[in-house]
Design a protein around this ligand. Structure first.
Ligand SMILES: [Zn+2]
Length: 348
């Protein structure tokens, strides 16, 4: 069960109406994720580019009544009970604050401990305007919240994720992170944890160490590397446009991540968002995947998945029955091509 990058070329044939019905061969590719074995595809490759979407009307329309704007947030968002988040976090009013971030309980919780970190005072922050400082405050507030609630039972896994703009499933324009602490971390993380344990038992080595070593040797999906983190495109993405993985060697959870590693993540993320914006991408999902403090077979990592409307003219999303019901994702660009376009990120 060594680490393998499995890929299979396939060819579809048809008689082409645009070439007097001459036979034409169209290549596509099936891949398997080296950790989970889940399959994905490279297809629809020819000529895809994100169609520009004008969000300006939506931004203005949602500013009126936005629950996260400074003039409204304290009146309409809940406060934490002091036994869950002590008053010495923030300003003693049951909320956690760091810089521009205000972190509050989620009015519509996903689990026993569920919160929202409102990241900015501005209602709208363009993709290329998230500074490392703005990001660092938001994640630092999230970690402070997790440190408070992890004293409670059933908080084994701390999940932090971000849906930016509506193509990602985000329900507010105003930038915010979703957070929850739980003993049931969801199917994907459970699957990764189980596969990491199987690999460790079979090989006597960490999958994540092998992955970083093999990716560095191949080089074709590497984007950037710092003292604390390795950035690469995912061999099998859940996005049409290639997911980016940020892996933190030897690190296990967000609450035990050193401050300078978090700072490096925020510098890398700020630069990555700038590159994606320059490529015409306007929406994304980001999620952290932690292990637990006692597990030596998993390294903390984050996955960023660009999201677009496939056909904005008819509000067509990028998620069809293929992804939503069959769980089969396809990429319209190879992760290797995507990595080439992202390598201009400065040294972390
Ligand atoms: Zn707002």
């Amino acid at each position: 069960m060594t680490l393998q990058f499995e890929r299979y070329a396939k060819v579809a044939r048809y008689l082409d109406p645009q070439a007097e019905f001459a036979e034409r061969a169209i290549p596509c590719e099936v891949r398997r994720d080296p950790l989970t074995g889940r399959s994905g595809r490279v297809a629809h490759v020819a000529g895809f580019h994100p169609h520009p979407v004008d969000f300006s009307g939506l931004i203005e329309a949602t500013r009126v009544g936005c629950p996260f704007c400074p003039e409204r947030i304290l009146a309409v968002t809940p406060r934490f009970p002091p036994d869950l988040v002590p008053d010495d976090e923030g300003e003693g009013d049951g909320r956690v604050r760091r810089g521009q971030t205000t972190l509050v309980p989620n009015l519509a919780p996903y689990d026993e401990h569920s919160a929202v970190a409102v990241m900015s005072r501005d209602h709208y922050v363009p993709l290329d305007a998230f500074t490392p400082e703005l990001l660092a405050d938001a994640f630092a507030a999230s970690i402070a919240y997790f440190r408070s609630v992890q004293r409670q039972p059933r908080t084994t896994y701390q999940l932090a994720f971000w849906n930016y703009l509506p193509a990602s499933g985000g329900t507010q324009i105003h930038p915010h992170l979703q957070l929850f602490a739980t003993d049931t971390p969801g199917n994907t993380l459970e699957e990764e944890l189980a596969a990491s344990a199987r690999y460790f038992a079979a090989e006597g080595r960490l999958y994540w160490a092998d992955l970083v070593r093999e990716e560095a040797r191949a080089g074709e999906r590497m984007i950037a590397e710092g003292r604390h983190s390795v950035w690469l495109t995912s061999f099998v993405s859940q996005s049409l446009l290639a997911d980016v993985l940020a892996i933190f060697p030897e690190q296990r959870t967000l609450t035990t991540l050193p401050d300078d590693a978090l700072d490096e993540f925020c510098r890398g993320l700020s630069a990555l968002l700038g590159r994606l914006a320059a490529q015409g991408i306007y929406s994304f999902n980001l999620a952290w995947f932690p292990g637990t403090p006692d597990r030596e077979d998993v390294w903390l990592h984050a996955r960023l998945s660009p999201r677009v409307y496939l056909t904005p003219r008819i509000w067509g999303t990028d998620t069809s029955a293929l992804q939503h019901l069959y769980g089969e994702h396809f990429m319209v660009q190879t992760p290797e091509d995507a990595a080439r376009g992202l390598r201009t990120i400065p040294r972390l």
